[in-house]
Each structure stands twice: as structure tokens, then as C-alpha cells.
Ligand binder design. Structure first.
Ligand SMILES: NC(=O)c1ccc[n+]([C@@H]2O[C@H](COP(=O)([O-])OP(=O)(O)OC[C@H]3O[C@@H](n4cnc5c(N)ncnc54)[C@H](O)[C@@H]3O)[C@@H](O)[C@H]2O)c1
Length: 251
């Protein structure tokens, strides 16, 4: 698969890692549709980079089905799905005010894990209809985990569980979709300079940057985008999780 012939949907494409990936793929000549619940930003980014936009809630079956149908119609096909939609949540299992809110735990799992699987399964159904490349490839799915899946911090029980689920489904999904020629990969980012982190005080950003082994800085979202592009083009990558974190290992 080549970037220039890729037809990709990117969830969370209105911001951060998804937006950077959309920019990288468009620069490489790919057709891109952003799927996001943030209509204002999604439409603005799509207009700026020449992508399509579909308002989507990744947790909603009908919403994702409609978005994929519109993306496929606009791009003339679908060969790649990149899941970047997600939320960062923090709450201790037992806090000063009592046990972790069950609703907050369920919402984190619902958006980060169920939403990812919802998009992946519906995208796979479309990709399975593609005429295969000479090597049998029909498409690739890239999910976003986090280093929190391996080194979760205090207050990250829900977030780390949601990301651990994404790590766990990479291999079985790759096996499930082997017959259809669809690869499934996951990227586990360290700490990236996305709008979420840009809002933190400079002092906190500096501390986070200093904690990274080498290079001692926050990740640039374009580095995530370039890794996603490499995964698309390197057809032997499948069923694996790649950390992109400057060798950061959280204590
Ligand atoms: N930034 C980091 O350092 C970092 C590190 C590890 C993992 N991640 C993961 O990368 C992904 C992207 O993170 P980011 O930093 O770019 O965040 P971000 O907040 O900049 O972007 C997330 C996007 O997802 C969208 N979104 C949220 N819920 C949605 C829903 N239900 N349906 C559709 N769209 C929805 C938001 O509108 C937003 O545009 C997340 O899954 C996050 O957990 C980020």
C-alpha cells in the first residue's frame, strides 16, 4: 500500500494526533475523511487541508456506519482506518470523596475502547469488499493505545484499562482479518504536544519533557503521523503495538 493511493478515515481528526496524521496523509497525496464529534474544528481542518469531514460519535453504531458510508462515497473507497478519537481521564480508585465513579470508568472504556472497536469492525466490513493488491492487501487499521497501557499512573485505572484493551485486541483482530487481507496495528504514544498538553503550565510541560529519556522533549504530533504513514506502507507490520515515546518508562 502507498500513501498516495490510500483512502483513509481518521477518527479524532479534528485535533492533536489525528489532525497531524490527516495533514501528513494529505501531504502524501492520500484521500482523507475526518470523523469527529467536534464539528467546528473538524470542518475547519478539513477545509484547510482538502479533506472531507463527517460528524461522528465513535460510540454510536448508526453514527459510525453513516460516517463510513459518506467517507466511502466521497473518497471512492476505503483502504485505511486510523483511530485517534479518545479522551484522557483521571480519577483514583478510591479518592477523598469515595470510590471511583462507575459512570466515569464506563465512559472512558466506551469512548476509547468500544469506540475504537466499533469503527474498526465497520471499516473492516467495507475494506473486505476491496479488490486486493497483488500481495493480497485490502486495507489497514491503526488503533491508538498509550504507554499508560503498560506503565499506568496513579489515577489512570480507567484510561490505562481502555488502552490495555486496545493493546489486547491487536493480535486477535489481525488474526480475524487475515483472510480478508486487512492488517491491524496499534501505536502506543508517550507524551505528545497536543492541545490537551499545550494547556498545561509551561513549568509542568518542562517537567514532563525532562522525564523523557532521549530526546528529552514532548513528542511532535507529526511524528505520530509519520509512523502511521510508515505502517500503511510497510506491509509486513501486523498484529503488533509500537511504542513511540523517546524511551520514556513511567515509574
Ligand atoms: N497526546 C498524548 O500525549 C497522548 C499520549 C498517549 C495516547 N494518546 C491518545 O491519542 C489519541 C488522540 O489524543 P490527542 O492528544 O490527539 O487528543 P485531542 O483531545 O487533541 O483529540 C481527540 C479528538 O477526539 C475527538 N473525540 C473525543 N471523543 C469522541 C467521540 N466520542 N466521537 C468522535 N470523536 C471524539 C475529540 O473531539 C478530539 O478532536 C487519544 O486516544 C489519546 O488517548 C495521546
Amino acid at each position: 500500500m502507498r500513501i498516495e493511493t490510500t483512502k483513509a478515515i481518521i477518527t479524532g481528526g479534528a485535533s492533536g494526533l489525528g489532525e497531524a496524521t490527516a495533514r501528513h496523509f494529505r501531504e502524501g497525496g492520500a484521500e482523507v475523511t475526518l470523523l469527529d464529534r467536534d464539528v467546528a474544528r473538524g470542518e475547519a481542518v478539513a477545509a484547510e487541508i482538502g479533506a472531507h469531514f463527517a460528524e461522528t460519535d465513535v460510540t454510536d453504531e448508526a453514527s459510525v456506519a453513516a460516517a463510513i458510508a459518506s467517507a466511502k462515497a466521497n473518497m471512492g473507497g476505503l483502504t485505511c482506518a486510523i483511530n485517534c478519537a479518545g479522551i484522557a481521564t483521571g480519577e483514583k480508585t478510591l479518592g477523598r470523596d469515595g470510590p471511583h465513579s462507575l459512570a466515569a470508568f464506563q465512559r472512558t472504556i466506551d469512548i476509547n475502547l468500544v469506540g475504537t472497536f466499533n469503527v474498526a469492525r465497520l471499516a473492516a466490513a467495507e475494506m473486505a469488499q476491496n479488490t486486493p493488491e497483488p500481495d493480497g492487501a485490502r486495507g489497514v487499521i491503526i488503533n491508538t493505545a498509550s504507554i499508560a497501557a503498560f506503565d499506568g499512573q496513579k489515577g489512570q485505572a480507567a484510561y490505562a484499562a481502555s488502552k490495555g484493551g486496545i493493546v489486547g485486541l491487536s493480535l486477535p483482530m489481525a488474526r480475524d482479518l487475515a483472510r480478508e487481507g486487512i492488517r491491524v496495528m496499534a501505536i502506543a504514544p508517550g507524551i505528545f504536544m497536543t492541545p490537551m498538553l499545550a494547556g498545561l503550565p509551561q513549568e509542568v510541560q518542562d517537567q514532563l519533557a525532562a522525564s523523557v529519556t532521549n530526546p528529552a522533549r514532548l513528542g511532535d504530533p507529526s511524528e505520530y503521523g509519520r509512523l502511521a504513514g510508515f505502517i500503511v506502507e510497510c506491509g509486513y507490520l501486523n498484529g503488533e503495538v509500537i511504542r513511540i515515546d523517546g524511551a520514556l518508562r513511567m515509574q
